[in-house]
Design a protein around this ligand. Structure first.
Ligand code: KIV
Ligand code: NA
Length: 265
């Protein structure tokens, strides 16, 4: 099996081959998506919401991200693995950022890191890149800044914010980032970013004019059922399937149907 590299993502863009990316946070899920032929696994700090049950991604710690990253890495043979740097481990202090980045790389064996933000985190981005650690940027809706924005609605609808996003995307490319994720911005703007940049642009709620797509796996498998933004396509209804299976199990245990004679020693 040929492992996906950041170089390969760049070649995929040049060839016009779209990049598929999903989150995974644990060994079992990572082995499923890796075997299914997914290009990129994101160990997202959305683990804060879907795994830890927090309302935002802010509480996620470096140790927790390392735990998820290490679990995922044990399963992966082919996909490129990207780990999110959690809130508070890279903003405003590039030395801390490098130390955090090195811990993730050493302790998980991941291939690449993802950081939210543009110009305001450029010092951290450059310092991490100078250590030979690949970075994927993340612009648009950046959930670690939710307290600044106050809402999870579409970003960069206004001219000024759109211009800033475009310039941030260029700064990240010039600094040497391997790709950029654009979250929840108008499709026309995302298409413009993807056409201006040479590095791949991967969208979530950013339309079809970009170089790849990413979704949170619990959402696309329909395990979560309270979250239905327009950009989400559900490829399964695992919530119903799992709920039904557990209901049946409860019934079978109560009735004494489980276990039967063949299911005992
Ligand atoms: O943490 C995450 O799942 C993400 C994606 C939504 C891009 O950052
Ligand atoms: Na994230």
């Amino acid at each position: 099996i040929r492992k996906v590299t950041t170089r390969r993502l760049f070649e995929m863009k040049q060839r016009g081959e779209k990049i598929s990316m999903l989150t995974a946070y644990d060994y079992t899920m990572a082995s499923i998506v890796d075997q299914a032929g997914l290009d990129v696994i994101l160990v997202g700090d959305s683990a804060s919401n879907v795994i830890a049950g927090n309302v935002t991604t802010l509480p996620m710690t470096l140790d927790e991200m390392i735990y998820h990253g290490r679990s995922v890495m044990k399963a992966v043979k082919r996909s490129l693995v990207v780990v999110d740097m959690p809130f508070g481990t890279y903003q405003g202090n590039s030395k801390l950022a490098l130390a955090s980045a090195i811990r993730i790389m050493k302790e998980t064996g991941a291939d690449c890191l993802k950081l939210e933000g543009g110009e305001e985190i450029l010092d951290s981005v450059k310092r991490i890149l100078s250590a030979g650690i690949p970075i994927i940027g993340h612009l648009g809706l950046t959930p670690q800044s939710i307290n600044k924005f106050g809402t999870y609605t579409v970003r960069a609808r206004e001219e000024e914010e759109a211009k800033r996003l475009l310039s941030d995307a260029h700064l990240l490319e010039e600094a040497g980032c391997s790709a950029v994720v654009l979250e929840k911005i108008p499709a026309t703007l995302a298409t413009q970013v993807a056409s201006e940049l040479k590095i791949p642009v991967i969208g979530i709620g950013a339309g079809n004019g970009v170089d790849g797509q990413v979704l949170v796996i619990h959402d696309m498998l329909g395990m979560t059922n309270g979250f239905s933004p327009r950009f989400l396509r559900r490829y399964a209804d695992l919530h119903s399937i799992m709920n039904g299976a557990v209901q049946q199990y409860v019934k079978d245990v109560k009735s004494g149907d489980f276990p039967n004679e063949k299911e005992q020693y």
